[in-house]
Design a protein around this ligand. Structure first.
Ligand code: AMP
Length: 609
């Protein structure tokens, strides 16, 4: 049986962990680092570069280097957040066919889920190299404040990466789990999680049995370290404009250098009180020739230009505590998560607010992945040691006549849950009710995320308000959300699982998964060419074993027959050319056969369902 790993898919860094023996441990990447930057670049020839190397080449390849894309996940192109990102990012963000945000790299359009899948895949490689085992299942963490569309985007990214996302776990809940697992002392934790792109606060009660109860959670999925970076960039760019009359925002290469320099300066200012940002030949001005950028930034300056961001996190803590019906002093321990919590101003602010110093001994970059690994291990071993009781971060409800939002399940309701409400027709002669399912905290439907829509038809034609429809919302233990509508006169009922949308169709996800499998197989084959011939033979054998069953199951449908035919041709082609072939040709064969295999399995599972 393959391993289940825990993956923290962060805005700035990704981290993978696994339980090794009886303790969770982070797996270092091949460069020896425990985290991998969530940065990727696509080169002219289609080669992708992920992590440290992508960071290094960003200066020379700014338009095709992607970073911070978690902030775009599951968001419509016309949202405020995407507009903000378009103004600040060096890569091109465009509208996708279903109104989602996509990224154009070398004339090819990529969905956010597809690019995120490349990070997940990288984590998969790191885990497989360590475990020497196949890794195709993972617990993946997300900010607690992600809505269902954003969560679906993560699931889609998992599918594209060839990973079955067995559970989506909220990041602060994962951190609480890693911090408090195995200690059966009743207490309440506040998990303050400020990462690269998002902020969450969760209040978690651990009972005397060691069970975890999330009491309240809230946050802002567009508030994080990148906002601090932008403030510092604005500061430096304004100073340079004032001193030299040149706007660095018009020079993408210079801008990338400034971005990297301010990120480093910000981190350094957590341990020293002033830093120099020195970038020789940052830009060349026709009248003055090459110009250097040279400024000293103090910790005090950084704190002053970002003070309102820190205050905003505390205001969100206030909301979280209000949901929990608690005062700050009732919290027993404060756990800091996310790289940004190394900033002294944040540590001070949190200490002042909760009236106690934060707990020591938590690694802010690794604790989330460790928590995910603990849950992954419990799922893998079917252990009941991990008991987690979470809440919904957002209100769920329906659109009312006039474009309002009626929340049936308010934010911070413990799951699983089931709620029923009776609605009456709003027009004379109305025989159909249309249910639009929404998620959000506004009383205006337009400000909430639309999760799905369906209709209950065949109602008795009567005066407005005379026919009653019972609407049921339920969320099960796995977080699967379903909605039902029942005509109370006839008993006619319609129930749907509300599958949130990342903006991708099923076919798109399948195609991306095939592309990524092919790429992944090719890369691995290039890394260990000595086993390529064997690998080809194994793939051929597996396909020979699969083909008769595939034919039986699917040959009667045009799509199925096509998939079978393609697989057969691919096997014949490779069989005919294998003898005497070079490891490079064999790597290409492996890529092709891996793609064929995954597409055949996909088509068979669809035919069987
Ligand atoms: P995470 O998403 O948890 O990996 O957090 C990454 C964020 O933490 C990025 O915005 C980093 O710039 C920031 N960060 C990392 N180290 C430090 C540090 N020493 N001081 C301040 N911020 C940091």
């Amino acid at each position: 049986m393959s391993r289940i790993v825990g993956i923290d898919l962060g805005t700035t860094n990704c981290c993978v962990a696994v339980v090794d023996g009886d303790r969770p441990r982070v797996i270092p990447n091949k460069h020896g680092y425990n985290t991998t930057p969530s940065v990727l670049a696509i080169q002219e020839d289609g080669t992708r570069v992920v992590g440290q190397i992508a960071v290094r080449q960003a200066i020379t390849n700014p338009h095709h280097t992607v970073y911070g894309i978690k902030r775009l996940m599951g968001r419509p192109f016309d949202s405020e957040e995407v507009e903000h990102a378009r103004a600040h990012c060096s890569f091109e963000i465009i509208a996708g066919p279903s109104g989602d945000a996509r990224i154009r790299l070398h004339d090819k359009e990529h969905s956010v889920a597809e690019l995120s899948a490349m990070f997940l895949q990288e984590m998969r490689v790191v885990a497989e190299d360590f475990t020497h085992d196949r890794v195709d299942r993972a617990v993946v963490t997300v900010p607690a404040y992600f809505n269902d569309n954003q969560r679906q985007a993560v699931r889609d990214a998992g599918r594209v990466a060839g990973l079955d996302v067995v559970r989506i776990l909220n990041e602060p809940t994962a951190a609480a789990l890693a911090y408090g697992f195995g200690q059966a002392t009743a207490r309440t934790l506040a998990v303050y999680d400020l990462g690269g792109g998002t902020f969450d606060i969760s209040i978690v009660y651990i009972d005397e049995e060691g069970e975890f109860h999330v009491v309240a959670t809230t946050g802002d999925s567009y508030l994080g370290g990148e906002d601090f970076d932008e403030r510092l960039m604005d500061f430096v760019i304004a100073a340079f404009h004032r001193d030299h009359g040149v706007d660095l925002r018009e020079h993408p290469v210079s801008l990338t250098r400034v971005r990297q320099a301010v990120q480093k300066a910000k981190a350094d200012l957590s341990s020293v009180t002033s830093v120099d940002i020195n970038l020789p030949f940052i830009v060349s001005n026709p009248s003055t020739g090459p110009l250097n950028l040279d400024y000293t930034i103090t910790r005090e300056q950084l704190e002053s230009i970002t003070a309102d961001l820190v205050t905003r996190t505390l205001q969100i803590c206030e909301v979280g505590l209000r949901y929990a019906e608690m005062q700050p002093e009732q919290v027993d321990e404060v756990v800091l998560v996310g790289g940004m919590t190394r900033m002294p101003a944040i540590q001070r602010a949190v200490e002042d607010y909760f009236g106690r110093p934060p707990c020591k001994g938590v690694h802010p970059d690794e604790v989330v992945a460790l928590g995910a690994a603990i849950l992954a291990h419990a799922i893998e071993t079917e252990s009941e040691d991990v008991a987690l009781h979470d809440v919904t971060a957002h209100s769920l409800g329906i659109m009312t006549a006039g474009g309002g939002f009626d929340a049936l399940i308010p934010a911070n309701t413990p799951v699983p849950t089931k709620v029923q409400e009776i609605f009456r027709t709003s027009r004379d002669g109305q025989t159909v009710v249309k249910i639009v399912v929404l998620q959000g905290e506004s009383d205006k439907a337009a400000d909430c995320a639309a999760l799905g829509r369906f209709a209950l038809a065949g109602l008795r034609a009567a005066g407005a308000g005379q026919v009653e429809v019972q609407v049921t919302f339920s969320i099960d233990d796995d977080g699967i959300f379903s909605v039902g509508a029942k005509d109370l006169e006839t008993g006619e009922e319609k129930v749907i699982d509300v599958l949130a949308s990342s903006g991708l169709t099923d076919e798109e996800v399948d195609r991306m998964m095939a592309d990524s499998t092919e790429y992944f197989a090719y890369r691995r084959a290039q890394e260990s060419p000595e086993t390529n011939e064997d690998e080809c033979l194994q793939l051929i054998a597996r396909l020979h074993a699969l083909l008769p069953e595939a034919e039986k199951k699917m040959a009667w449908t045009p799509v199925g027959a096509n998939a079978v035919e393609n697989a057969r041709k691919a096997v014949q082609l490779v069989e005919g050319r294998l003898e005497g072939s070079t490891p490079e040709t064999q790597a290409k064969h492996i890529a092709l056969l891996s793609r064929v295999e995954v597409m055949l399995e996909k088509a068979m599972s669809k035919a069987g369902s």
